[in-house]
Design a protein around this ligand. Structure first.
Ligand SMILES: NC(=O)c1ccc[n+]([C@@H]2O[C@H](COP(=O)([O-])OP(=O)(O)OC[C@H]3O[C@@H](n4cnc5c(N)ncnc54)[C@H](O)[C@@H]3O)[C@@H](O)[C@H]2O)c1
Length: 443
């Protein structure tokens, strides 16, 4: 099939490269000419495991190309995937200007029957608007269908998530569109749900809101555990053993980050507002998440005698999740700013995200090694569950620094071992443990 991908961010680049890998003829377009130049050189403006070799191989095979002109990309396309960004506006609604611009180009560029697919996360009923706008914009006689196939990839696992999806949601209102999209996705061997466009749009928002709700749920319980001397890891495990509740997104921590959960929740709430629905449950998800970051700062402050002025905090992990350098709305940003406001000096380590963090937080000290970052620190605060940090050699750490306080925002370590090694250990949803008062708990 001849395909056009509009927008070469995370989603567009992965979608384009993966469809090319499946044997389709793919042209990707973006308004950002610099980005297109980079992609034509086989480089991506973000880190994602496995994407660059995929791009290079498919460009060499002649199946994948990049252009800085939407109209050129869509001219001969059978299927167009719209993957432009939908950044949040201050009122919580997504900014649809990039979409409006893209649709104008698409309408002008289409020459024959084309299937136009929403891949970006768009509010329910955007499909109706697309149909209306395209009807007015296309040349006489040009037929089209509109569909929605939302993207469920996780940054850091994007290629794998595309190639081995848990399900494909196809929102299409005509048989022709359903057939094209079913054929296109068949090689992925995943269950396909055929539905209408409105439902497909809402499934994406509902999925992200539900996953975020699980995180905020377990974090609320973690606060209760801290007050009652229960253990959140045991609660989480005990709940996960119930087959109706999966263990995914049920780990207590510093809360979710990245642009997508907050943005999609705000968008869902704004849609509900439009229909005069309260949606208090979803609003609370965001409130809990914001509080969790501040709660973590308060834990560090309390552990450092209630005063951060003149103290040095070492941050291990800046990215909101492992295997990405995406720093958009990472919890580390709020936490570091709050620590600085309270007078702390920050030293930070991250395996991938230092360069991007430097643009947002230029006034902290960055280190390529967790041990160097920990030197002369009063506390080490763990914010990302990088495997490098999970497997840290605490004997080596003991030699590298005099710091003996670990505040773990991801519950990575067996607390008894840390206590045995002489570290004080504070994590989420468990009683703080001092090396001098050995705890009987083993989890
Ligand atoms: N990144 C993820 O993990 C993820 C996962 C699922 C869904 N999504 C959704 O997919 C969409 C895209 O996300 P992303 O992370 O790729 O965004 P992004 O901001 O990384 O990239 C968007 C790209 O669109 C380009 N663009 C903007 N206007 C354009 C236009 N008129 N024509 C052509 N290109 C244009 C921008 O230059 C940019 O390169 C969003 O709606 C997002 O919510 C993202």
């Amino acid at each position: 099939m001849r395909m056009a991908i509009i927008g070469t961010g995370y989603v567009g680049t992965v979608t384009g490269a993966c469809f090319a890998e499946l044997g389709h003829q793919v042209v990707c377009a973006d308004v950002d000419a610099k980005r297109i130049k980079m992609l034509n050189e086989g480089r991506t403006p973000f880190f994602e495991h496995g994407i660059e070799p995929l791009i290079k191989a498919n460009m060499e095979e002649g199946r994948l190309s990049f252009v800085a002109d939407n109209k050129v990309a869509v001219k001969d396309a059978d299927v167009i995937f719209i993957c432009v960004g939908t950044p949040p506006l201050p009122n919580g609604k997504p900014d649809l200007k990039p979409l409006e611009q893209a649709i104008k180009d698409i309408a002008e560029g289409m020459t024959g029957y084309t299937l136009v697919v929403e891949r970006s996360t768009l509010p329910i009923k955007t499909g109706d608007w697309l149909i209306e706008t395209l009807s007015k914009g296309v040349s006489k006689g040009v037929e089209f269908d509109v569909a929605a196939v939302p993207q469920f990839l996780r940054e850091g696992h994007a290629v794998q998530d595309f190639m081995e999806p848990s399900r494909i949601i196809i929102g299409a209102n005509t048989e022709r569109a359903q057939n094209i999209l079913t054929t296109l996705h068949k090689p992925l061997n995943a269950p396909i749900l055929l539905t209408d466009i409105n439902s497909a749009e809402l499934i994406k928002h509902a999925t992200n809101a539900f996953l975020a709700m699980k995180i905020s749920f377990i974090n609320s319980l973690a606060q209760l555990c801290e007050k009652t001397d229960a253990n959140i890891d045991a609660i989480s495990k005990g709940m996960s053993l119930d087959k109706r509740i999966s263990s995914d997104y049920l780990q207590a921590g510093v809360g979710y980050g990245g642009i997508f959960f907050p943005k999609d929740i705000a968008s869902l709430v704004s849609i509900a507002d439009e229909y005069h629905l309260q949606f208090d449950l979803i609003k609370a998800v965001d409130t809990v998440n914001r509080y969790q970051r501040i709660h973590f700062v308060e834990k560090i402050e309390t552990a450092l005698d209630g005063n951060l002025r003149g103290k040095t905090v070492c941050i291990w992990g800046l990215a909101y999740r492992p295997h990405t350098d995406d720093m958009r709305d990472a919890p580390s940003i709020t936490i570091i700013r709050s620590l600085q406001k309270r007078g702390a000096k920050i030293r930070a380590f991250d395996p991938l995200a230092i360069e991007n963090t430097r643009k947002i937080l230029p006034d902290i000290d960055y280190f390529d090694s967790p041990f160097e970052a920990a030197q002369n620190a009063d506390a080490i605060a763990v914010l990302t569950n990088w495997s490098e940090l999970e497997q840290i050699n605490f004997m080596q750490l003991k030699e590298a620094t005099t710091c003996r306080l670990i505040v773990d925002g991801r519950n990575l370590y067996p607390r008894q071992r840390l206590l045995d090694l002489g570290f004080d250990y504070i994590c989420i949803g468990k009683k703080p443990a001092k090396a001098s008062e050995k705890s009987p708990m083993t989890v």
